[in-house]
Design a protein around this ligand. Structure first.
Ligand code: GTP
Ligand code: MG
Length: 219
């Protein structure tokens, strides 16, 4: 797929430390340690541009990667978010994370795709359900597969990660539980929600992720 050049732009700690919104962008969010940074590397084909770690809490800022800077018609940002909620963060830190995420989703005008990463071994956990509930109130209502608000299309896509740990498959119970949670949080109502499965290790699902990245320039 088309990555000619990619560079790290900045690690933002607030809305006003983010780069100017010249290019469309896609963001990767989810609980700590689910494999966000690893998936960013897999998607752009760089082994270790985004720093990964066995210890949750590695990514601390909204890390912006600019792909294809030299070709403005094909350039876009990938944004690797800090993990939402893990054992060591205080309630205050978790609320701060949610506050900034809410602002990001509402205010970032060129945000086009939100990838919600969930470990395929556990399926959605409590924090995932919280995030879905908050998004159910924020995401524009579905119009086909893209969600439009004014003329903004924002795709919400669930990504089940680390499928290599179960020989490349996901237990049906995880899909069932996911559907249940999407429904109970109100996200599924009047929306079609794509669910992708990936492995940063085997590169499974890379093309499926790219299908959504290609939409970045279509709106
Ligand atoms: P935070 O930045 O702490 O929120 O974590 P993250 O979501 O960015 O996770 P990261 O990419 O750092 O990966 C966490 C751990 O999971 C690392 O030890 C990775 O090597 C491992 N990991 C990530 N993706 C995969 C995968 O697809 N398969 C396997 N087997 N391990 C993975
Ligand atoms: Mg990370």
């Amino acid at each position: 797929c088309a990555v000619r050049e990619v560079s790290f732009v900045t690690g933002a700690v607030s809305m006003d430390t983010m780069p100017d919104g010249r290019f469309p962008e896609a963001a990767f969010f989810g609980r700590s340690n689910v494999g966000k940074s690893s998936l960013v590397n897999m998607v752009i084909g760089r082994k270790a541009l985004a720093k990964t770690s066995k210890t949750p809490g590695k990514t601390k800022q909204y890390n912006f990667y600019l792909v294809n800077e030299g070709d403005p018609t094909n350039a876009f940002y990938l944004v690797d978010l800090p993990g939402a909620g893990y054992a060591k963060v205080s309630k205050g830190q978790r609320l701060e994370w949610e506050r900034m995420f809410g602002s990001y989703v509402r205010e970032r005008k060129k945000l086009r795709v939100l990838f919600h990463l969930i470990d395929s071994q556990t399926g959605p956990l409590e924090e995932d359900a919280r995030l879905m509930s908050s998004l159910a109130g924020t995401l524009p209502v579905n119009e086909g597969r893209g969600k439009t608000q004014g003329n903004r299309a924002l795709h919400y896509v669930v990504v089940l990660t680390k499928i290599d740990k179960q020989d490349g498959s996901v237990p049906p119970s995880v899909f069932d539980r996911l559907e249940q949670v999407l429904e109970s949080t109100g996200l599924l109502s009047s929306r079609e929600i794509p669910v992708l499965t990936t492995s940063a290790q085997t590169k499974a699902g890379r093309e499926a992720v790219w299908q959504y990245l290609r939409l970045l320039h279509k709106h």
